[in-house]
Design a binder for this molecule. Structure first.
Ligand code: NAD
Length: 453
């Protein structure tokens, strides 16, 4: 017997009592999440600084406030989301009641990575709670300070018979995945995404996979280079580049590259000063393993900005590489760090052709003063999300579904999409027991008379 068996059995028993279904219970748990965020704001900020040297501003906007706004949105809309959805009827069911019931799946597993360790725990959790499920949370073992708060503090704000936090790395998560869940929500790299999906397939458990990849950023010649540079530098170096929706590389003409590089230098100096290592606004690489991987990528192309690194501080300077070749590792693997390669193309067609030869990305960006160019990139490519003339701003809208396509993942969440993800859409028809005579038309023995219906 493994150590998870008792926990999972008691959560399933709690779900079977029906305790999580009433709106009042769901609202009370969501309010608990809100209190958790308010009561522990300082501690959470400190933990994020410890794990990733996140600045208070970045912690607030990308972890705490975003989680709080999902809690608030769910609380405001809970009852309307839970309502049965009436659907249209045909002639044979005119007197009946036809609707979609949003019912909870049951026991849900949420597996979380280290880069936004609070956001990527709480935002899916809000959806799972709102939909009436019991939940097992598996935080990342890599972001230790947040893992500790999630394990020791968060449960005090939730009904512990219905929600559990379990700890462990790959081995323990593998053990956990041998059990049957009713839904699995995994965020992390694509390689482990395949392990999760294979384990889920054994039980035919539905999954959402929020994965990674390389997000292209096309920059048209008709752009103000400084505006582009400010926006790109902000969202590339945010969280030291460890963001799944960050632009992974720039595609532009040689002429635009020449205008963009000094503008990027200007933006980097404005944001992080002459020596970014001393800036309180730049995060650090999560650990030695990722630091070494990123250091290897600094050897690709030609460094025109940054390039410095300091292992003792897990510091990599905001870096821009030019003259990179598509065969180099920096153009082959997800960078996930503060390194921005620029690859030149002859024209828009070549850029689109390059993008379409790669795996479908989680996000795709296009910059141009000509709306026709943005529309063309949008129309001729595919990605989980798209933003014209900016970085990851599309994901700040909870009215837009968030998720990947192809190797960047499957399934959607944020706002009501989270509620729908964690709900079984049950197709219901309640028929009238009366007027049995009409049914004679469908019963054997069949004759020409039946076909007249
Ligand atoms: P990670 O190493 O923390 O792993 C994620 C989770 O998977 C952890 O809880 C870990 O315990 C578990 N895990 C790791 N190896 C496992 C194994 N062999 N079997 C079972 N479970 C295992 O985080 P990571 O994967 O390095 O996270 C970064 C990646 O996640 C990047 O590729 C990034 O693009 C992606 N990401 C995607 C999104 C999104 O919303 N699409 C968001 C954040 C990160």
């Amino acid at each position: 017997m493994d150590s998870f068996e008792d926990t999972l059995r008691s959560l399933r028993e709690a779900f079977n009592t029906g305790r999580t279904r009433p709106a009042e219970f769901r609202a009370a748990q969501l309010q608990g999440l809100g209190r958790f965020l308010q009561d522990n704001r300082q501690q959470l900020q400190e933990a994020l600084a410890q794990d990733l040297r996140k600045s208070a501003f970045e912690s607030e906007v990308s972890e705490i406030a975003i989680s709080q706004s999902e809690v608030d949105l769910a609380l405001r809309n809970l009852r309307s989301w839970m309502k049965d959805e009436k659907v249209s009827k045909n002639l044979a069911t005119q007197l009946d009641s036809a609707f979609i019931r949003k019912e909870p799946f049951g026991l849900v597993l949420i597996i979380v990575p280290w880069n936004y360790p609070l956001n990527l725990t709480l935002v899916p959790l809000v959806g799972a709670i709102a939909a009436g499920n019991c939940v097992v949370l598996k935080p990342s073992e890599t972001s230790k300070a947040i893992e500790k708060i999630l394990a020791e503090v968060l449960p005090r704000y939730l009904d512990q018979s219905c929600f559990a936090v379990v700890l462990g790395g790959p081995q323990e998560t593998g053990q956990l995945l041998e059990h049957r869940f009713d839904y699995i929500f995994y965020t992390g790299n694509t390689y482990v995404g395949k392990i999760v999906m294979a384990a889920a397939a054994k039980h035919l458990t539905p999954v959402t996979l929020e994965l990674g990849g390389k997000n292209p950023c096309y920059v048209d010649d008709n752009c103000d280079p400084q505006t582009v540079a400010n926006r790109v530098a902000w969202f590339r170096y945010f969280n030291a580049g460890q963001t799944c929706v960050a632009p992974d590389y720039i595609l532009c003409s040689q002429e635009m590259q020449e205008r963009l590089v000094p503008a990027l230098q200007n933006a980097i100096t404005r944001f992080y000063g002459d020596n970014p290592q001393t800036s309180p606004n730049l995060g650090r690489i999560i650990n030695q393993k990722h630091f070494k991987r990123l250091q290897g990528l600094l050897g690709c192309g030609r460094v025109v900005i940054g390039g410095q690194s300091d292992e003792s501080d897990l510091y990599i300077a905001p870096t821009v590489l030019v003259d990179v070749q598509k065969t180099e590792p920096v153009m082959k693997e997800e960078i996930f760090g503060p390194i921005l390669p620029v690859m030149t193309v002859e024209n828009l067609d070549e850029a689109i052709d390059f993008i379409n030869r790669q795996e479908k990305p989680l996000a795709l960006y296009a910059f141009s003063n000509r709306s026709q160019v943005i529309k063309e990139v949008l129309a001729r490519t595919s990605s989980g999300g798209f933003c014209g003339n900016d970085g990851f701003m599309h994901m700040t809208l909870s009215s837009l579904p968030f998720g990947g396509v192809g190797s960047s993942g499957m399934g959607r969440y944020h706002g009501k999409f989270s509620f729908d993800t964690f709900s079984n859409q049950r197709a219901c028809l309640l028929r009238s027991p009366r007027m049995e005579k009409i049914n004679d038309l469908r019963y054997p023995p069949y004759s020409r008379r039946n076909l007249r219906v």
